[in-house]
Write a protein that binds this ligand. Structure first.
Ligand code: PLP
Length: 382
């Protein structure tokens, strides 16, 4: 039996080993480990890549959201609109600042925030909105930006999964007041540890963020406000500088993988394939399909050696930690339907066409079983 893993980062490392090892050794030789020349250079390179003026390296994508929300002025008593179907960091960072996330349902086709339901979520306490460019595809940015302007909200982009994607021809990370990037190893541009970055066109906000990541201080041992210790390592920055020039090619390879999947799976009626919306380019951080009987399909694929993952199995409004907010089951129906039906297939730039073909064949066999094609009662009821 063949095995297809969800992700194999070793293949990428092998292809860049000499350059990466040399970059790490350079940092070791310099003995400058925190906020040195590599971080500064990477900040300039990412700012240019995102076509914004400023980039500020931080310890993780989660911290990028946390510090950007702080720069947006979010604090106790404020509300921030976030999609219910995303990684938990999009919302828990709001809560960590003492504010309340207000959950929006999703558009079932793109899995990004449904802009039609936003008006009814606004209250006098609404301060900001976070658009998540989920799976590598932009949310409906123009509509969200218009909504944010109309209600005087700060517009943040959670670009953790979509670095390199475009919307109306411009980089997704260039939109909004802040773009929040993650360099978690599995992301499209991944470090060999944690890392993140905030991009912004606003020089004053960038200066604030540089202080916020270093105990509120611009000058050593002088703290102007309550900040964090959230810094990007020199070694991680050096590794990311080797990888960044390859990102567009890697994203193209991901799109080619997606095209092969599409070809292999299109004749299976019960599978809903990902849709790239008009005017957006997709960087396929995930290739996520919908199937009627998801858990059974996932188990059957596992038996055939195919690893898959569910992004995400619990909508945020029904997470135990948000029980206190009082959301009822059924209150955000599209997010709740998605968590029951989605499954992500292996995708990364070095995934081989043979492996995609094997996954396609496996899915064809699995979906040929009558019990896989009918919606289970549980799914129907949900
Ligand atoms: C990965 C991710 C984050 C958090 O990034 P970390 O670097 O893991 O802290 C936030 N939002 C989304 C949508 C993500 O995928």
């Amino acid at each position: 039996m063949q095995k297809v893993r969800m992700l194999n980062l070793e293949r990428q490392y092998v292809s860049l080993r000499d350059e990466i090892n040399a970059a790490i050794e350079k940092v070791l030789a310099n003995q400058h480990f925190i906020l040195g020349p590599e971080v500064a250079a990477l900040e300039t390179e990412v700012a240019n890549y995102c076509q914004v003026g400023h980039a500020v390296g931080v310890a993780s994508g989660t911290d990028a959201l946390l510090l950007a929300l702080k720069a947006a002025g979010v604090g106790p008593g404020d509300e921030v609109i976030v999609p219910a179907f995303t990684f938990v960091a999009t919302a828990d960072t709001v809560s960590l600042l003492g504010a309340t996330p207000v959950f929006a349902d999703i558009d079932p086709v793109t899995y990004t925030m449904d802009v039609n339901g936003l008006e009814k979520l606004v209250t006098p306490a609404t301060k900001a909105i976070i658009a998540v460019h989920l799976y590598g595809q932009a949310a409906d940015i123009f509509a969200i930006a218009k909504f944010a302007r109309a209600h005087n909200l700060v517009f943040l982009g959670d670009t953790a999964q979509a670095l390199g994607a475009t919307y109306a021809g411009d980089p997704v990370c260039s939109f909004g007041d802040f773009g929040c990037l993650s360099f978690f190893p599995s992301k499209n541009l991944g470090a060999y540890g944690d890392g993140g970055m905030i991009v912004t066109k606003d020089a004053e906000q960038a200066a604030f963020l540089r202080m916020a990541r270093a105990h509120g201080s611009a000058k050593k041992y002088r703290s102007e406000f309550l900040g964090w210790n959230s810094r990007l390592d020199e070694i991680q920055a050096a590794i990311l500088r080797v990888k960044l020039p390859h990102l567009d090619r890697w994203n193209q390879q991901r799109r080619e993988c997606a095209a092969l999947y599409r070809e292999a799976l299109q004749e299976i009626d019960e599978i809903v394939l990902p849709v790239t919306a008009e005017g957006r380019s997709h960087v396929f951080h995930q290739f996520t399909i919908r199937v009627p009987n998801r858990d059974a399909v996932q188990a059957a694929l596992k038996d055939m050696g195919v690893e898959t993952a569910v992004h995400y199995p619990v909508p945020l409004h029904l997470q135990p930690m948000y029980q206190y907010l009082g959301y009822e089951k059924g209150s955000l129906p599209e997010a709740e339907k998605a968590v029951a039906e989605v499954v992500s297939l292996p995708i990364y730039p070095d995934l081989l066409p043979e492996e995609i073909a094997y996954v396609g064949e496996a899915l064809k066999q699995v979906m040929a079983k009558p019990e896989m094609r009918s919606r289970s009662l549980a799914t129907q009821a949900g």
